[in-house]
Design a protein around this ligand. Structure first.
Ligand SMILES: [Zn+2]
Length: 467
């Protein structure tokens, strides 16, 4: 068996892991590279393998850095089944349509500039039509049900507790008379998160591919998350500012809404308008409502027993069209706007940032991870001038990052995950989906725990697995 690291290798975006086993080629994830525009466009355009020769695709969850290049894969010849949990299939549909729209828009703006300079036009990475070709290939599977992929290869999806429908994928493989278990974590969530169940960890693995986004970090205790958020809201309310929260439309927004709902019910935040301004967040919220099978027990109780809508309450308004969205620009008095995208790479949040950054009373609150070179990362790093739509904007408002909301486990969680497969069993660990600092720290810790073969494969590297 061979594993080729075709994306999400030594970086956090573009996840693609190609398994060659028993003459079959299985791709796990087909994510989009994100970061510098030009560079991402080039990297996403072509694959480091032939899409037509891939037999099946397995998807851990719907986030675009894991799913976002599927339409291009299909456009370039992939025609096999795409396995994912039912909730992931629903969310991926919304996310991929949105992604196609962004690529079409991006190409439109680039082509306007190209026309001025007499340069040839570019094609969007993929279009709405390409998405429609890809969607029928998706097959929803249930957590815990073994999916036979081919003779000697079975995949089981286990709840990863990261976003709705997220999974780790456990492969039971028989090759040349030997049986072994290989696990790919996908993104690992955290225990005690609102809405979702705790991660169901794969155990007794021979080979583990583990994400290491936060391999060097420890999160603050999650019990404080609600109070931290409440404190910030009370503080900005006092000075009559705006709180702008760039948040992923899928997952993070619903978590925030759920928490704000609870804080509001408990009178822990002042009575102020809250706007969710992202059409995709609204669609995603409807999908959340359709998949209560993914909820944890607390959520089941709230949802089923009290018949309350966890994602809606009096002070909260979902902004539907761009007219309503524009009206928010000049809104006075304290208020909260939650808008996508989380890394501030596109979407309505860019317009809100343009109308928020110049006022000292305002706060831009980040509640998630931001990859290098993204606008969110620049703001989090304290840049005093940032580019939006190619124009420089001064940053005069307050910027804060709340680590509590991370959808990814920290170093402690990752070590605990690995511990479910003891060092005498687990032959090889491959660190994926992480930057060098996290990988280095996690490698040291895992080595201390007795794991002998811990690697951080490079993009394009193929490794022969011997068990
Ligand atoms: Zn994710």
């Amino acid at each position: 068996m061979q594993i080729s690291f075709m994306g999400g290798a030594q970086t956090v975006t573009g996840s693609k892991h190609l398994l060659s086993v028993n003459g079959k080629r299985l791709l796990v994830e087909c994510g989009l590279f994100q970061g510098r525009r030009q560079e991402s466009r080039e990297r996403n355009q072509s694959f480091l393998f032939d899409p037509a020769k891939v037999d099946a695709l397995l998807l851990t969850h719907a986030h675009i850095d894991h799913s976002g290049n599927i339409p291009n894969l299909v456009k370039q010849g992939f025609n096999g089944p795409i396995y994912a949990t039912a909730a992931t299939v629903d969310l991926a549909e919304v996310l991929l349509r949105d992604s196609a729209h962004l690529h079409e828009q991006d190409a439109y703006y680039v082509n306007k500039r190209h026309a001025e300079k007499d340069l040839p036009p570019i094609e969007p990475l993929y279009t709405q039509a390409d998405v429609e070709e890809a969607l029928p290939l998706m097959r929803g599977v249930d957590y815990g049900d073994p999916v036979p992929l081919d003779r000697g290869i079975t995949a089981t999806f286990l709840d990863a507790g990261h976003i709705l429908g997220s999974a780790s994928i456990l492969f039971d493989i028989e090759e040349n008379g030997r049986s072994f278990r290989l696990g790919i974590t996908g993104d690992i969530g955290r225990a005690n998160q609102p809405i979702l169940r705790d991660p169901n960890r794969m155990r007794d693995l021979d080979v583990l591919l583990i994400e290491c986004t936060y391999g060097s970090r420890l999160h603050p205790q999650s019990e404080d998350a609600a109070e931290e958020l409440a404190k910030i809201i009370r503080r900005i309310y006092e000075r009559k500012g705006r709180i702008l929260i760039p948040a992923f439309a899928v997952g993070r927004t619903q978590t925030l809404v759920y928490m704000l709902h609870k804080l509001y019910n408990q009178n822990r935040i002042p009575d102020m308008p809250i706007y969710v301004d992202s059409p995709m967040a609204l669609e995603a919220t409807q999908i959340f409502r359709r998949h209560p099978e993914c909820f944890d027990r607390e959520m089941q109780r709230t949802f089923l027993r009290d018949r309350q809508d966890p994602f809606g309450f009096g002070r909260l308004k979902y902004v539907r069209n761009s007219e309503e969205s524009k009206k928010l620009n000049d809104l006075g008095g304290p208020h909260i706007i939650i808008s996508a995208s989380g890394m501030a790479e596109g979407g309505r949040v860019l317009h809100h940032l343009m109308h928020t950054l110049d006022t000292p009373e305002n706060l831009v609150l980040f509640v998630g991870y931001a990859a290098q070179h993204t606008l969110a990362r620049k703001l989090m790093d304290g840049d005093k001038t940032v580019p939006i739509f190619g124009r420089p904007f001064n940053v005069d408002c307050e910027i804060q990052t709340l680590g509590h909301f991370s959808g990814h486990g920290d170093q402690h969680d990752l070590l605990e995950y690995a511990a479910y497969s003891p060092p005498d069993r687990l032959k090889s660990i491959f660190l994926i989906h992480g930057e060098a600092e996290g990988a280095k720290a996690l490698t040291e810790k895992l080595t201390e725990k007795g794991y002998k073969d811990v690697r951080y494969p490079a993009l394009g590297e193929t490794i022969e697995i011997r068990v």
